[in-house]
Design a protein around this ligand. Structure first.
Ligand code: F0G
Length: 465
């Protein structure tokens, strides 16, 4: 690894170490804090160490170079992460990069969702359109390339399903061996199948995600296994690049607000880091607000945010959005710092609100997994609370593909997702929306008249707005 290009700085006590001096659990031995990757041009060290301003990368040159690389046939240039490698020089040579051509994900306009939420302009950056179907690929290409660069044979992660799918795929590409720890029975089948398909050793533990993290953290101190959970700061370097890509896609016009789901709370901080780095380099004049949305049953950051003493209390998490079923988020302080620095909010949304939001995103022809839908449910709440104004330009970060959790979708449309007690709490206005959105499959006898009668009755029904 090229230790000269970057350092690691403890986000709690500020201690700076070289990249190869970090321990196997990626925590500061002095204060247990997590690290950020910093560069000679980073904000945190710009004044004491970077020297004259002309050491900063040149914004126009970078924009031109990044655009130019899109036409190249080199794998590192085709990757929507490594195309931006000037701002993440973490591997010693481009040949060591492990890529599945991640990134380059679409930014969709969402006119019907915008109208229903009461905003003029709404976009969705669909990170589910990555090679393994989630945003984790952008982080995994970065951290797994570092693992390969440093000569590790084994890599491991604890996961609610998407990290493990991404890690298994990238490890397989690199010829490394991977171990996945997942909570038994608590992840979507599609994700479980991916880690098997890509050849990982898949261990289902009879505990939750937080319990899996505890076991793995002990293991990596005893075996030469490279930890690929998001405490690994190189993951976040990859996950900051969608911020760069979003700005390219918006012609460098900064949106007002980015809304991200919150689980282990690394992604919100990674995107925040990306925006703050661009602002520091003069590529954008200001950064957008970053708001984090959690499920009501897995809401430790929301509780911290609304607690007058600002205490973080880990909890036992429960939500059908299994990707974010996390009660003791490792990166909560990083996410909190980003919300504070950029002026966003933290909100919570109910199971009913998640289900409705997911159906609305699906009906827009976009689709996403339940954990991603919290962003839209959260936006509606922020608008209702007056925290997002109609004219604000909002981007939802959709983190996972709809096919990741098709059981959830099928249960929803068959009316089998929510309990009677949950259904009873839905407002009449939302009940009407659900009724218009639910599309259970129709089972018919193979008889033309029967099919025609059914079609006629459907054609008479008005299409929901
Ligand atoms: N959305 C999806 C689809 C996820 O899989 C996750 C996290 C998140 C949002 C939350 O991101 O943890 O950075 O706040 N999934 C992890 C996993 C925990 O193991 O796949 P975060």
């Amino acid at each position: 690894m090229n230790v000269r290009t970057h350092h690691l700085r403890c986000t709690e006590c500020g201690t700076v170490i070289t990249g190869d001096a970090v321990n196997s659990i990626f925590r500061c031995p002095q204060c247990n804090g997590l690290y950020d990757v910093i560069y000679p041009w980073s904000e945190a060290v710009a004044r004491p160490a970077a020297g004259p301003e002309h050491n900063l990368p040149n914004p126009s040159a970078l924009r031109w170079l990044w655009q130019e690389r899109r036409t190249s046939t080199l794998p590192v240039d085709q990757s929507g992460v490594w195309r931006f490698r000037d701002l993440l020089p973490i591997v010693s040579a481009p040949e060591n990069v492990v890529t599945l051509r991640e990134g380059n994900t679409p930014l969709y306009d969402m006119p019907r969702c915008a109208k229903a939420a009461g905003v003029d302009w709404l976009l969705a950056k669909h990170q589910g359109m990555n090679p393994t179907g989630s945003f984790k690929d952008t982080g995994m290409t970065a951290a797994l390339s570092v693992a390969a660069d440093r000569g590790f044979e084994w890599v491991a992660c604890a996961s609610t399903g998407n990290t493990s799918a991404a890690m298994a795929a990238y490890a397989a590409r690199a010829g490394l061996r991977s171990i996945v720890f997942i909570p038994e029975g608590k992840i979507a089948w599609g994700k479980l199948s991916q880690s098997m398909d890509y050849g990982a050793l898949t261990i289902q533990l009879k505990t939750d995600f937080d319990g899996c993290v505890r076991i793995l953290t002990e293991l990596v101190t005893r075996f030469p296994i490279y930890l690929l959970n998001s405490v690994n700061p190189y993951r976040l370097e990859g996950q900051k690049t969608p911020a760069f890509e979003m700005m390219e896609q918006l012609d460098w016009q900064v949106p007002d607000h980015i809304i991200v789901p919150g689980g282990n709370l690394a992604n919100s901080s990674a995107l925040g880091k990306g925006f703050m780095e661009m602002r520091h380099l003069g590529m954008i004049p200001r950064a957008p607000k970053v708001s984090v949305i959690q499920a009501e049953g897995a809401n430790p950051l929301y509780r911290w945010f609304t607690d007058s003493n600002r205490l973080m209390r880990p909890m036992t998490a429960e939500t059908r959005a299994t990707a974010i079923r996390i009660g003791n988020p490792a990166s909560w302080r990083k996410a909190a710092n980003v919300i504070d620095a950029l002026g966003g909010w933290c909100e919570q949304v109910s199971e009913q609100e998640i289900a409705l939001a997911k159906a609305q995103i699906g009906a827009e022809g976009v689709g996403c997994e339940p954990a991603s839908a919290v962003t839209y449910a959260g936006l509606k709440k922020l608008v209702a609370l007056g925290k997002v104004q109609r004219e604000e330009r909002v981007v939802l970060v959709l983190t996972g593909h709809t096919l990741k959790d098709s059981n959830y979708t099928i249960d929803y449309h068959r009316g089998e997702l929510l309990t009677e007690a949950e259904n009873a709490q839905i407002s009449p206005a939302d009940l009407a929306l659900h009724a218009g959105l639910r599309k259970p499959p129709v089972v018919l006898e193979p008889d033309t008249d029967t099919v025609m009668r059914t079609l006629e009755s459907h054609m008479k029904q008005a299409q929901p707005a």
